[in-house]
Design a protein around this ligand. Structure first.
Ligand SMILES: [Zn+2]
Length: 106
C-alpha cells in the first residue's frame, strides 16, 4: 500500500471511523514518473479510538470486520503477523488488542 493511503483511510469499525495510526515495519521505494513513492510492505495500523489493529501483509491493508477476522484462515494469517512482528508491536496491542491479541501459549 502507498503511505498516502493513510490520509484517506478511517477505522472501518461501525460507530468508530476514527483516523488511524501507522507503524511501518518494511517498505521500499518505487520510482514513478513524478518521483519516488513509498510502498509499504508490512505495517501495523492502529485505531486510537476503539483499540483495534489492522495488519498490512504483503503490501495489502487487511481491514475486515471483526467477525471475518475471528476465525479460519484470516485469524491464522493475522495471528502469524502478530507473531512475526511481536518484537516491534506494543504489548498493549499484543495483550489487549481488538478484536484479538496474541494468546499466551497454553
Ligand atoms: Zn476504531
Amino acid at each position: 500500500m502507498k503511505r498516502w493511503l493513510m490520509d484517506i483511510l478511517a477505522c472501518p469499525a461501525k460507530d468508530c471511523r476514527s483516523e488511524l495510526g501507522l507503524e511501518v515495519f518494511e517498505s521500499h521505494d518505487i520510482e514513478t514518473g513524478d518521483g519516488t513513492v513509498e510502498e509499504i510492505d508490512a505495517a501495523l495500523i492502529t485505531c486510537p479510538k476503539c483499540g483495534r489493529w489492522y495488519p498490512v501483509i504483503d503490501g495489502i491493508a487487511c481491514m475486515l470486520p471483526d467477525d471475518l477476522r475471528m476465525e479460519g484462515k484470516q485469524r491464522r494469517e493475522e495471528t502469524a503477523f502478530l507473531e512475526n512482528w511481536k518484537g516491534k508491536i506494543d504489548d498493549d496491542i499484543l495483550e489487549n488488542g481488538m478484536p484479538f491479541g496474541l494468546q499466551p501459549e497454553s
